[in-house]
Ligand binder design. Structure first.
Ligand code: SF4
Ligand code: SF4
Length: 468
């Protein structure tokens, strides 16, 4: 792909999967309909789940806070995404595959927002006031990391943030929700950037966009033409270009030290939809209760970019896309899966999934289609039986391909063996905690080793040991 642009990229590893974005990249964002029931999980972010502040039987309005962030903890508030009646607070399906506590709301036929009070003249607000608004709005990293944004906007006092990077890469195949947001809401992205610069007292903003999204790149570049503090940086199409550390290396040629955060090198990275959510919260007073989600994959009848209320079950979105192309009953008879029950799965490069929430490289296979969209849901992807690879996992061939593909300069082949052998200390010594779970290693492995699952298992074991 040669656009005559000077493009940047990260230095180590990476892969070039086909990007499969053609079926949704040019489709404008449309609003999803409201389902019969909404399940809003108390845990949609990294850290401590929010505490419910409503009870079953109460009536709530769209945008009303229904769960409070836990004080002095990594936590985020949640808001009702509809007007309706709280019918239960209890366990419901969650994208992680477990049942988790949710606030269940039955929407009314007539929807009504709470009164939103925004601050269009945000430069009069102090950084702490803006952090407070962002906290109240329940904003978290919407690229999937789901780290509470008010905490990201609060670096330690001894750290100076010189620059911010807005992540417009959307480097995972199939996803186009950030792409469409850049094409359709460039002014809100600029407002969000101004608010972040003001809050952090940072001087410069770089917007990194892969060159397979030229319409977005040109739209944003045109919109910032009078913004002297902002620059669009064209990036090559390489996965995981949007990884925080990879993006900082590509754009600023700075290395974030192992196990450290970007503020160590004077930078913070924000996702496109998070940036828009900050603008909506500060300028319009709107909390985070909806987001754009890409519905794609060869099994879906009509692929779309939908503006979805948080808590909408993915089954409702699939129905809105006309359902599946193939009759799912077939899978019951084929013995691969039972529809809408625990074993709804297909293999896609190491993950068992038929329906994936998120991108195909880092997303979660869904065992239950009633799991709801959460703040970090970028996509819902559905794959047919024909995409189930038939290869079985073989022992490591010691080819070294996974090590060359790793953007974190790790040795997944060795760490995978250590995890299998339960040598967790040795896996930790190899740096498994620095794994960003990008899946590059699994993608290139000719032995079809489940490397990303092994990395997740190894990291989980180390962290639970430390907790204990
Ligand atoms: S999943 Fe982890 S080990 Fe594998 S390539 Fe990515 S960072 Fe490296
Ligand atoms: S790519 Fe697979 S087979 Fe090759 S060294 Fe890595 S784990 Fe072993």
């Amino acid at each position: 792909m040669d656009h005559g642009l000077s493009v940047k990229t990260f230095r180590y590893g990476g892969i070039h999967p086909p990007y499969y974005k053609g079926s949704t990249a040019a489709k404008p964002i449309v609003s999803s309909t409201i389902p019969k029931e909404i399940y809003i999980p108390l845990s949609q972010h990294i850290g401590v789940p929010s505490k419910p502040i409503v009870k079953a039987g109460e009536h709530v309005k769209t945008g009303q806070k229904i769960g409070e962030a836990v004080a002095n903890a990594t936590s985020a508030s949640i808001h009702s995404s509809v007007t309706g009646k709280v019918i239960a607070i209890g366990n419901r399906p969650h994208f992680t595959g477990f049942d988790m506590p949710c606030i269940v709301i039955r929407p009314d036929p007539v929807q009504e927002d709470v009164t939103f009070t925004g601050y269009p003249d945000f430069v009069r607000l102090s950084p702490d006031e803006i952090r407070g608004i962002v906290r109240e709005a329940g904003i978290v990293g919407m690229g999937g990391a789901t780290f509470p944004t008010h905490l990201k906007l609060s670096p330690p006092g001894d750290k100076t943030i010189e620059s911010i990077i807005i992540n417009g890469c959307e480097c995972e195949p199939f996803l186009s929700c950030d792409h469409r947001s850049m094409v359709e809401r460039p002014r809100d992205i600029i407002t969000g950037i101004r608010i972040i610069l003001h809050t952090l007292k940072a001087r410069r903003a770089y917007i990194g966009i892969e060159i397979n999204k030229m319409d977005a790149l040109e739209t944003v570049r045109g919109a910032i033409s009078h913004e002297s503090a902002m620059t669009v940086i064209p990036l090559s199409v390489k996965y995981p270009e949007g990884g925080e550390k990879q993006l900082i290396q590509a754009i600023l040629d700075r290395e974030v030290p192992l196990r450290k955060l970007p503020w160590e090198v004077g930078v913070l990275v924000f996702n496109i939809q998070t940036t828009i959510a900050i603008a909506d919260a500060v300028v319009k007073g709107r909390p985070l209760f909806e987001r754009v989600v890409t519905l794609s994959g060869p099994l879906l009848k009509n692929t779309q970019n939908l503006r979805v209320r948080i808590g909408t079950p993915i089954r409702h979105l699939i129905d809105q896309c006309g359902g599946f192309k193939e009759d799912p009953e077939k899978y019951i008879h084929a013995g691969h899966m039972r529809y809408d029950t625990k074993v709804l799965r297909l293999v896609f490069k190491g993950e068992f999934a038929k329906v994936i929430m998120g991108g195909p490289m880092t997303g979660f296979a869904q065992p239950n289609l009633f799991a709801p969209v959460v703040k970090g849901t970028s996509g819902v992807l559905a794959f047919p039986e024909s995409m189930i690879p038939t290869e079985t996992t073989r022992p490591c061939l010691k080819c070294g391909k996974c090590n060359s593909a790793c953007p974190m300069l790790l040795m997944p082949s060795l760490m995978g063996v250590y995890v299998e052998q339960r040598k967790i200390g040795a896996a930790a010594d190899c740096g498994i905690l620095d794994c960003i779970e990008c899946g590059c290693c699994a993608y290139v492995c000719p032995a079809h080793r489940p490397l990303i699952q092994l990395m997740r298992i190894g990291k989980g074991r180390i962290l639970s040991r430390r907790k204990a």
